[in-house]
Design a protein around this ligand. Sequence first.
Ligand SMILES: [Zn+2]
Length: 397
Amino acid sequence: MHIEKKDTQTKYNLPPQVKFCTKCVISNQRPRIIFDQDGVCSACQFAEFKKTQINWEQREAELQALCNKHRKDDGSYDILVPCSGGKDGGFVAHILKSKYGMNPLTVTWAPHIATEIGRQNLTNFIDSGFDNIVGTPNGHIHRLLTKLSFIHLGDNFQPFIYGQTNFPLRMAVQHNISLIMYGENGEVEYGGNMKNAFRPTREVADHDNHYFSGLPPEFWIKHGVKPQDLHPYLAPPYEKIKKNNTEIHFLSYYHHWDPQENYYYCREHTGFRPNSARSEGTYSKYASLDDKLDGFHYYLGFIKFGIGRATSDAAHEIRDAKINREEGIALIRKYDGEFPQKHFREFLEYCNIDEGTFWTVIDSWRSEHLWKKEGEKWILKNTIYDRNNLSEGAYII
Ligand SMILES: [Zn+2]
């Protein structure tokens, strides 16, 4: 198979010079992030804004009014919550039901390959008192799309993202539910396009830009996927979404968003359990546990942007004042860019590629402004830690 070299820097509009936020640990290589003149990233600016400027009581009243607007009294579902059984969707569904008296339908877009802990958490969540629909796409097509996404987009998670975005919309239209509530707005909370920072909703028209990497699912038709195979990945027709009066909101607009607090909440209320071991590439045990293939999604982020899973985790934990910047840097030095070895064989089998092809694809996404080769080894040119002073046990790239 011929794998062409990608121009990652142009494709994602990455600045030629790597800079790290002076408050957290994220770099300016995160797509769409903005740094101010003091070198502070947009996510840190937003975190500061949240701490000082938002009147959360007023936001809560807004949420109450929103719920009242959509509430039904005939026993049918009045809100749809996308939820894998993890801490974030679990928190959203539980608080809307218990505190705001809504009648949620929760929907789950199935993982590529479910983990044992992920399955258990979804079962525990359902058992704690929620109706749930799981959407599972045709496995043959899902594997093919995953392979194509890995090669052509440098992200094996693209088919999952299509489903995660569009399956809830389709279920909302099908069940006449006009309100969809997601957890956090990742673009705003973790750095990205800030146009939605001061409003609670997501426009359907935005989907193409943020979630499809500029490529609608139809793109895959030219790679041999049939139009009818794409049906599960597509949004319902726009007229149907409109006719249903569908609104998509983020709870993070109405309620202070703190992933660690969500974890404590779900441990108490929805039977959520953390993993027994940390996730590869980071130090955390309670985020994104459902899918055996998600480590490759994070690893590709490390290859394309020099930003691994530990950097992302440390950045938001610094903003949430759970750890300080020095602790974050130490964790990054230790774990960032660790290869997801545990499920490597399963990934190769799932995508039906050999190990040589895997590494050719990985290397095709390395940009020269981020990587250099020394002998057989790829070196990340810019790190937030001092490369010359690696402590014992540190993960060396
Ligand atoms: Zn920052």
